[in-house]
Design a protein around this ligand. Structure first.
Ligand code: PHE
Length: 342
């Protein structure tokens, strides 16, 4: 083979080798040049027998050199491809430690539950236990036994939602007092959180809301005990410097009755928009259990007396977390729920 011919083959091979991008290209190149059946090198060798005797030596050496070049370059390419394959595999398997971690989506307790738990905890600390009752009530437990006679105008203030069978959705947690007193004799100290319902719907009222009821019945329980208990409670729920004031009021089931105000937590008593400039905020209804209610529950009012109070939990949650609209509590928008921590 002439030097020219050898150079042409070598250049052709070099050009093809430069195009190799992957394993398949490499394999095709190998088969084309040094494949056992139809490889170029093999067919050149097959021509050797027809080459005139005096050229055989050069031709043979030329083919051998070509074969050497081809094999050496193929080995080099093989090494390069293996290196790329290895680093690709490593990249695919690698963990990028610079990526931000994935946070599991943690839930939180609902603001109403947080406040309920806090209130219940405070009363458990005062020796109370938790009592619960049904949300679907009858007239007796929700009204009659609580001294709301039939056709009494106080019933109208409760905006009752009735069921078709004459039962009703309890309008307050006070029926749990009745259920508790009907079941046990004094001394009684219970705290009763739960859902209540009224036909009422605006920025501050929702048809479903939450109350917590407190009841203490025993010998010699006085209005002073009620005030002391409420002060201890309010100081823990809000802050120890919160003022507490009782204003005379009316509930059919307590006598005397009071509305309980606290110094406005926003302006601390100076007067602001939230407390309508008064410096006070009403948060509770309370009073001494009416002797007739005790009688209705077979408790002798000549021996026992007691106090009761009821508080809106949603309102406390709104005050504590600065939530302006009661509906925001029940929309369950996670953006609000995640901001709330006790
Ligand atoms: N049940 C009354 C209400 O819902 C609140 C209350 C409870 C008042 C206990 C006095 C005693 O308005």
């Amino acid at each position: 083979m002439s030097a020219d011919e050898l150079t042409r083959h070598q250049e052709a091979f070099a050009a093809e080798a430069a195009e190799v991008r992957d394993r398949a290209d490499w394999e095709a190149l190998r088969v084309r040049w040094i494949g056992r059946k139809q490889g170029i090198v093999r067919s050149l060798l097959a021509q050797l027998k027809d080459v005139p005797k005096e050229e055989k030596r050069d031709f043979g050496q030329g083919v051998n050199r070509l074969k050497g070049t081809v094999e050496a370059r193929l080995a080099e390419l093989d090494e390069e491809l293996s290196r790329t394959e290895r680093s690709l595999a490593q990249e695919a398997a690698a963990v990028d430690v610079t990526l931000p971690g994935r946070h599991p989506h943690l839930g939180t307790l609902h603001p109403v539950n947080l406040v309920t738990q806090h209130i219940v905890d405070i009363f458990i600390g005062l020796g109370y236990s938790v009592a619960e009752g049904p949300e679907v009530e009858d007239d007796f437990h929700n009204f009659e036994a609580l001294n709301f006679p039939q056709d009494h105008p106080a019933r109208d203030t409760q905006d009752t939602l009735f069921l078709e069978d004459g039962r009703l959705l309890r309008t307050h947690t006070s029926p749990v007092q009745i259920r508790t007193m009907l079941k046990r004799q004094p001394p009684i100290r219970v705290i009763c959180p739960g859902r209540v319902y009224r036909h009422d719907n605006d920025l501050r009222h929702s048809p479903m809301f939450h109350q917590v009821e407190g009841l203490a019945v025993g010998e010699g329980i006085s209005l002073g005990d009620l005030k002391g208990t409420l002060e201890a409670f309010i100081h823990r729920l809000f802050s120890p410097d919160t003022g507490v004031r009782l204003r005379p009021s009316y509930f059919p089931f307590t006598e005397p009755s009071a509305e309980v105000d606290i110094t406005c937590p926003f302006c601390r008593g100076d007067g602001c928009q939230t407390c309508s400039g008064t410096g006070w905020m009403e948060i509770l209804g309370a009073g001494m259990v009416d002797p007739r209610v005790l009688e209705n529950c077979n408790i002798d009012p000549s021996i026992y007396s007691g106090f009761a109070f009821g508080l809106g939990i949603d309102r406390v949650a709104m005050i504590r977390y600065g939530i302006p609209n009661i509906r925001m509590l029940f929309d369950n928008d996670e953006r609000l729920l995640h901001q709330v921590r006790i």
